[in-house]
Design a protein around this ligand. Sequence first.
Ligand SMILES: NC(=O)c1ccc[n+]([C@@H]2O[C@H](COP(=O)([O-])OP(=O)(O)OC[C@H]3O[C@@H](n4cnc5c(N)ncnc54)[C@H](OP(=O)(O)O)[C@@H]3O)[C@@H](O)[C@H]2O)c1
Length: 391
Amino acid sequence: MKTFLPWSLKIIGNPGRDNVVLSPRQAMQLAIKEAEKGFGFVEPNPPVGCVILDSEYRFLSSGFHAKYGGDHAEVSALKKIKDKSRLKGGHVFITLEPCHHKGKTPPCSLELAKYPIQSLTYGTEEPFTNKKGLNYLCEKGIDIVRSIDFQKELEALVAPFKFATLNKKSFVSLKIASSLDGTTALETGESQWITGESARKHAHFLRARYSAILIGFNTLLKDNPQLNIRVEPFKKKKNKVVILDPEGKSFSFLLQSNLLKVRALEDVIVCCLDKVKKNTLGINQLSLPFTSSHSKSVNIKHRFSLSPLLEILYREEQIQSVLVEGGAFCWSEFLRQKAAQKLYLYMAPKIIGKGLRWSDHFKIGNLSQSINLQSLKIIPIEDDYLLEVSF
Ligand SMILES: NC(=O)c1ccc[n+]([C@@H]2O[C@H](COP(=O)([O-])OP(=O)(O)OC[C@H]3O[C@@H](n4cnc5c(N)ncnc54)[C@H](OP(=O)(O)O)[C@@H]3O)[C@@H](O)[C@H]2O)c1
């Protein structure tokens, strides 16, 4: 099987070798690559990468935020420079503005200000910081520059963190595996497997980036999935699972399910309507009110609104991001309620024909109501394709 590096940028220069001269653009590209190493390990913090060059733009060190509570990227890069005199007139490139508050580690702004660096180039800002760290460093005489390069990549690094912090609700991506004609399962319910082994492996790296996986009641019953992460270095990572089950029909099945063979009961959240009696089985049951705000054209018997659900998941369960893994009813609800920010469509170049298409339950009256997506990226994965796109 061909190996691939998910989301990796081309390797530039040799960060392991001193004295390689990097342009500011190359330095920021390398900082992004460093940041990506933290994906899946640093939540609820965002992944951050840093590159430090000397006064002649020669490579000195790079670093990244490797684990929640651990060193921030700037500190990790600074620590690798033994001869600190080489920082005189140096240039720091960092994917996110440096923090100015004492959290689990000291403020990075204060750490950077200890050294006679000339400039700091940052990729993007954090919400609600009022650029305090940047202003502090500016007052200390350091030139502050906002990178004009790689803005899309830089924003993508922090998208779930920024969205959740600003909106106080979980960031949502839909993840679908379909045929070229959009089918995700046969009418018999058979859906394993539509895409090849490499695409499925890639999807595990995607899972590692999300705090929770969300599925509908039918997918639990028909697929009995594990929804854990079965690739290194994430095999030990715990992820939560959220099940949309308005009538509370999944309880007894859940207790015997594959979900619980690989995670604790407390890591599964079952969302039910508030009319459903609280279970006595120890299942984490989230009660949501029935919503009447839906259009009359759809069956409103069992629906709840997704926005309040995502607010509760963020506030009460510390779920920063959710990957919606199906099925069709679920994906369609997220489309209809405009509750998703990204779509990952793994598409196999095969035609399956009649079955369950992923948007089957989403309906519009005329073409002006189509959902127009942005920033389409097409990534070939062996014989399949991943379409990555934003809402
Ligand atoms: N190819 C793939 O990527 C893929 C991935 C996953 C699943 N699948 C396949 O998809 C099929 C299942 O899809 P499906 O469309 O039948 O079912 P589903 O989306 O898994 O589950 C549908 C049920 O979830 C509940 N639900 C979803 N959204 C809700 C909301 N906003 N409010 C309240 N309840 C909500 C409802 O339960 P109630 O019925 O109780 O109202 C609904 O009927 C399976 O055959 C599975 O193999 C394929």
